[in-house]
Write a protein that binds this ligand. Sequence first.
Ligand code: SF4
Length: 93
Amino acid sequence: MTTERLDTGTTYRVSVDLNACDGVFACLVRDDRFVEADGGLVGFDLTDAVDPVERTADEVAATFRDGRIDEAQAAAAACPLDAITVEEREGEA
Ligand code: SF4
């Protein structure tokens, strides 16, 4: 059976605290899934996301399983305001 999506088995959720994010966009150069969104804060390019984006007044988040967790973690480390959280989700198919 073939799958259309590269599946490395690691599912992870990337979230941005919109109260902390200040639109510095250091994350964009580490991981091109981060994009500038309306209002000058950050959003996601969801081409490779496995779920629809989750957006509230306080947070924007997306879940991926695309083998690019290292890039998401690099973006999180680069954020001067510590606004990005990357969480592995084990046990999800
Ligand atoms: S680097 Fe941090 S503060 Fe800057 S846009 Fe990205 S999430 Fe927001």
